[in-house]
Design a protein around this ligand. Structure first.
Ligand code: XMP
Length: 500
């Protein structure tokens, strides 16, 4: 670690985000533009992100719609494990939705045979929301394409796919593995929107669509795997169905598994990681949560690829209230960073971020990325229904209906009840389970995308105020000489800074 960093340990004892301001430095940036300023970071040892944001694995925050936007904007979403024990398929489906969303080449496009009935083909299109089906024979040799237009206005009760498809000899087909540029050239020249690829024997290799090419170009910061698909993570527990769940998620090509338990520095975790490593060797593994140097060393020694740091700072979290255990989040981040080493295992700063500026603090004091829950709550992409609630307008003596969505801690009674699938009249017994989270209503708002973009703009402004050219440089400058930046606040300067 940079020598200056050691001084931080003393400075942050008992401290969290609102205890500090950062002293502005001479700016060296012309424009605070997220398209220009590099905000890239490590999510885990083998996954880098262009933007340091991770959406929390909470059942009121991250399912496929949230994970898709996060990855499109350069971060990553972690699908929660808030599904009932043994009920693995719904979580796998969420991962599949993300992995299917964008491809450079769709390796396994939805396919039917020429002998499939039109009724069935139309049903597949509807069920999978696919506008085009590839038609292949039993040896996967390309026979044609069937589009929505081919089955529109025809009586699908009669006839087979072969009667309506565009046969292969009338199609523009790419030979072999084409690069994206080459595919785009062919598609523009021949004016086609779909380009099936085949090998020398006519066997289907994949499908390229104009829509995917367009998306690829429109989203230059997106987090993608080697096949151009969006990346996504998924959480599992450390007991119960966790290994079976992991196996299915890995089959669905999840990019990282997160073993997520409230207290990650535990014997339960030792066993879980051991079993996981035995079965899944190279799969990218994130584990947590911990908040101490010992906790980080414990997980790092077991070879995890990233560690989630945060015990009790989260918005929906009552651990500290109910147990009096936890570590103020800035102190936790500094101690954990010091234990991990400057370029050691990546840390995800998880929880407690209520304002955009705190994201930068989390990234400077120790985090490689930040995990956000409440900051994304109530957006369109979060799971759950919008409920209209009456809210009293105090000065007008009348109430208005306001749309709300629910945000709940994963250890809240409500979340536990849903996971266990118990009836309402058993709630009293549930209270004996020792919940460590709350449920709150948050105003429903629009898409999460502008919120992410706003966060990124503010991060760029922070880089500018910090006198650096990019986030990595600011981090190095800060860690080399924290005293140059840090101003510890008095209670009145805290009020001046953060109370509005
Ligand atoms: P924010 O502050 O971004 O925090 O909403 C999100 C993180 O909070 C944690 N979390 C919980 N912690 N009891 C807890 O002790 C809970 O019920 C709970 N639910 C979520 C979690 O780490 C999440 O990423």
């Amino acid at each position: 670690m940079a020598s200056g960093f050691d001084a931080l340990v003393e400075l942050v004892r008992g401290a969290t985000f609102d205890d500090f301001l950062l002293r502005p430095q001479r700016s060296v940036i012309e424009r605070r533009d997220p398209a220009i300023i590099d905000l890239s970071c490590r999510f885990s040892t083998n996954i880098t992100l262009k933007r340091p944001l991770v959406s929390a694995n909470m059942d009121t925050v991250t399912r496929a719609p949230m994970a898709i936007v996060q990855a499109e904007e350069g971060g990553i979403g972690i699908i929660d494990r808030g599904f009932r024990n043994g009920d693995i398929e719904p979580q796998v489906r969420e991962v599949e939705k993300v992995k299917r969303m964008q491809h450079i080449i769709i390796r396994d496009p939805y396919a039917v045979s020429p002998e499939t009935s039109l009724t069935e083909a139309a049903a597949v299109m509807k069920r999978m929301r696919a506008g085009t089906l590839v038609v292949v024979d039993g040896d996967r040799r390309l026979k044609g394409l069937l589009t929505e237009r081919d089955v529109r206005f025809v009586d699908t009760r009669e006839g087979l796919v072969s009667s309506r498809m565009t046969p292969v000899h009338q199609l523009i087909v790419g030979q072999g593995e084409l690069s994206l540029d080459a595919a785009e050239r062919v598609m523009v020249e021949k004016k086609v929107k779909k380009l099936p690829l085949v090998d020398a024997h006519g066997t289907l290799l994949g499908l390229i669509t104009a829509k995917d090419i367009y998306r690829q170009e429109r989203l230059p910061f997106a987090t993608r795997d080697l096949h151009g698909r969006l990346r996504v993570g998924a959480a599992i527990g450390a007991t119960g169905d966790y290994l079976e769940r992991a196996a299915e998620l890995v089959k669905a090509q999840v990019d990282a598994i997160v073993i997520d338990i409230a207290h990650g520095h535990s014997v339960v975790m030792t066993r879980a990681i051991e079993q996981f490593k035995k079965q899944f060797g190279n799969v990218e593994l994130v584990a947590g949560n911990v908040a101490t140097a010992d906790g980080v060393r414990f997980l790092a020694e077991r070879g995890v690829n990233a560690i989630k740091v945060g015990i009790g700072p989260g918005g929906g979290c009552t651990t500290r209230l109910t147990t009096s255990f936890g570590v103020p989040q800035l102190q936790a981040l500094v101690e954990c960073r010091q234990a991990a080493g400057e370029n050691g295992v990546p840390l995800v700063a998880d929880g407690g971020i209520k304002r955009h500026g705190a994201i930068l603090e989390a990234l400077l004091f120790g985090g490689d990325t930040v995990m956000l829950g409440s900051m994304f709550a109530g957006t369109e992409e979060t799971p759950g229904d919008v409920v209209q609630k009456s809210v009293m307008l105090p000065d007008q003596q009348r109430s208005v209906k306001v749309p709300f969505k629910v945000l709940r801690g994963m250890a809240s009674i409500q979340a536990i009840r849903d996971r266990l699938d118990v009836e309402d009249d058993e709630v009293m017994d549930l209270e004996a389970l020792g919940a460590e989270g709350t449920e709150v209503s948050v105003p429903a708002r629009g898409s999460v995308r502008p919120i992410i973009q706003d966060i990124l703009k503010h991060l760029c402004s922070s880089v500018s105020y910090g006198g650096a050219k990019n986030l990595a440089e600011l981090r190095t400058m800060f860690r080399d000489d924290p005293q140059r930046y840090l101003i510890k606040l008095s209670s009145s300067s805290k009020r001046e800074s953060y109370e509005r």
